[in-house]
Design a protein around this ligand. Structure first.
Ligand code: NCD
Length: 304
């Protein structure tokens, strides 16, 4: 059975096809409104979410399907001690496809082992968030018309930020991208990702401040410091404002630079930038709905 736990689960051609299909879905949604008729999608959210859960819900409705699920584990049998494995086995009896968000890294992989329907990873702890990556790739394609030969700056929480991990991993599949990682020294990319970059001989640097960027940027990808992942709240307080996009960095935004953020945002991306033509974070949200439609349709079709 085909699951979507990491972008590496799909061949690059398939990802490109999903992005194209999503564009078509955005242009002529009426042609796709019965693709998932009589099918049910379960959204199992053990962690807070606005965009991801609602965009999956909206996507399934746009395909003519229905949605069931929960948005907090507090109202589920998890509070009675039910394991994730049992919850997945149970929900597999009701739903045709499962979307899971969970605080534990690896939870989606575990779920996929026990599910009898496709599982989509909607974020597993500080690990990966591959459907946000599809939204990001779609937004980059829309505005840059390519996913290779890009210089991208990733800023904020590169340690716990799962959207960063997923997107960087996916962009490694497309040739000749250069990465500039901007973060407090305690929030640098995980060792596993750094090892992957080095093994593939990727051009990347790790710096503490935007002031050290002199190259023209194709993409600036801002992220929030993930308060919920810190064991020690004092440590969060110390680093939460370390990297911010301020008016001083305006010079980094050339007319062709794409300013992205998976949202929700904190102080790192002031609303001041919202009216800039380079700001496309709400277009990322829009792209997310259509790539999720394409992904759901693809995974449901693979079942037969
Ligand atoms: C992200 C997440 O959940 O990882 N949100 C999202 O799905 N767009 C980013 C975040 O929470 O900072």
């Amino acid at each position: 059975m085909q699951h979507f736990l990491t972008t590496e689960d799909l061949a690059i051609e398939t990802i490109n096809n999903l992005i194209q299909r999503a564009q078509l879905m955005a242009q002529t949604p009426e042609n796709f409104q019965s693709l998932a008729r009589h099918q049910q999608l379960a959204t199992l959210f053990f962690e807070p979410s606005t965009r991801t859960r609602l965009s999956f819900t909206s996507a399934m409705h746009s395909l003519g399907g229905t949605v069931l699920g929960f948005e907090s584990s507090l109202s589920t049998s998890t509070t009675k001690g039910e394991s994730l494995i049992d919850t997945i086995r149970v929900v597999s009896q009701y739903a045709d496809i499962i979307v899971l968000r969970h605080p534990q890294a690896g939870a989606a992989e575990l779920a996929a082992k026990y599910a009898s329907v496709p599982v989509i990873n909607a974020g597993d702890g500080d690990h990966l968030h591959p459907t946000q990556t599809l939204a990001d790739l779609a937004a980059i394609t829309q505005y840059k018309h390519r996913l290779n030969h890009l210089t991208l700056a990733f800023a904020g929480d590169l340690k716990y930020g799962r959207t960063v991990h997923s997107l960087v991993q996916a962009l490694l599949q497309y040739g000749q991208n250069r990465f500039i990682f901007v973060s407090h020294s305690s929030l640098k990319i995980p060792v596993t990702l750094r090892t992957q970059l080095m093994a593939k001989n990727i051009d990347f640097i790790e710096i503490n401040s935007f002031d050290d960027i002199h190259a023209p940027l194709d993409v600036i990808y801002m992220t929030r410091v993930q308060a919920e992942r810190f064991e020690n709240p004092d440590e969060y307080e110390q680093v939460k404002d370390a990297v911010q996009l301020t008016t001083a960095q305006q010079k980094l935004l050339s007319p062709n630079t794409l300013l992205l953020h998976p949202l929700p945002r904190g102080q790192e991306l002031p609303t001041y930038f919202d009216h800039f033509p380079q700001a496309h974070y709400f277009d990322q949200v829009k792209a997310g709905r259509f790539v999720r439609m394409a992904l759901i349709a693809y995974l449901l079709a693979q079942k037969h």
